[in-house]
Ligand binder design. Structure first.
Ligand code: GLU
Length: 304
């Protein structure tokens, strides 16, 4: 039996010594205030145990990690029809790249780049009665934690500066791949990205992808096959144009966000989450990736 707490402690003490902590995202002005010395790591295993070190209970902006939860909710409404409006190929491009979208007639490469996430947001707006409230409640239910909230300042900060997302939404609309108005879709999307969660809350929320589509409360949100597919999309598309590197170094499906969080998992075994706000050149948490590489190397627990 592995001593997970000792393994996490060891990783934590290695990682916090690292001098180059990456660069905190500042293109959303409100994110720039976060201290890059924060570092947390948390593990939740399928046998019900959990372990954490560092700032694993401190909420941060989950940003693009929310795209996986939104995708799960959209699939629970639309099943395979989701894939008529968004593809499942890695883009090999940054999250906000637009040229492929035009070339490929408004069908985004995958649901985890911004254009794809905007289509998913559109699906949710069409299906939820009170979209922002209902989506937040879905995330709260997954994590079993009613304290999870949007950060209105972060949402407004992105609304004021998210020009590429406005461009993507307008392109999608011109290709008739949005049912709702550009403003409604962006408002929902900026809010979903502004959700704040800690590593330990994220480990709970992502548990359904470990557990064949059933959340911690044993409620089936996805079928086993749908959960398998979401995991496949995370593996191939979850790390911007560094998905290959993440699979190579870490070997787990997962998703990162520009707030510096990463949620990754081994189906049937565990969810592991990290938070370190400094990003590398590709926009992934520099120390988070390093920590996860150390975890799968030390434990030999990866999908490979
Ligand atoms: N809200 C951010 C954006 O659309 C999310 C980016 C990310 O975390 O990848 O730019």
């Amino acid at each position: 039996m592995r001593d997970f707490q000792a393994i996490l402690n060891d990783i934590h003490s290695n990682i916090i010594k690292t001098k180059d902590k990456g660069v905190v995202a500042s293109y959303i002005p409100e994110l720039a205030h976060v201290d890059k010395n924060n570092f947390g790591i948390h593990l939740r295993t399928a046998d019900g145990n959990h372990y954490g070190v560092g700032h694993f209970n401190k909420p941060f902006s989950i940003q693009s990690i929310s795209k996986v939860l939104a995708l799960a909710k959209a699939i629970s409404f639309k099943g395979n029809d989701v894939w008529k409006r968004v593809d499942v190929e890695p883009s090999g491009n940054p999250f906000n790249h637009l040229s492929l979208l035009e070339l490929e007639n408004g069908i985004p490469r995958n649901p985890l780049i911004n254009a794809g996430a905007l289509v998913i947001a559109d699906i949710l707006i069409s299906h939820l009665k009170n979209p922002k409230e209902d989506f937040l409640n879905f995330v709260r239910d997954l994590a079993g934690d009613p304290s999870i909230s949007y950060n209105e300042q972060v949402a407004q900060s992105e609304k004021a500066t998210g020009f590429k997302n406005y461009a993507a939404a307008n392109l999608l609309k011109s290709f008739k791949n949005l049912e709702n108005s550009v403003d409604d879709v962006l408002d929902f999307y900026f809010h979903q990205c502004s959700i704040e969660m800690s590593c330990s809350q994220l480990s709970k929320a992502f548990y359904l992808f470990v557990n064949k589509g059933k959340c911690l409360m044993d409620k089936a949100h996805l079928t086993e096959s749908q959960a398998k597919r979401v995991n496949a999309v995370m593996l191939t598309c979850g790390f911007y144009d560094e998905a290959g590197e993440f699979a190579f170094e870490v070997g787990l499906p997962g998703k990162s966000g520009v707030g510096g969080g990463i949620a990754a998992l081994l189906p049937n075994h565990f969810v592991i989450t990290t938070w370190s706000p400094g990003l590398n050149r590709k926009g992934n948490s520099q120390l988070g990736m390093k920590a996860l590489e150390q975890f799968t190397s030390k434990t030999k627990l990866s999908i490979f």
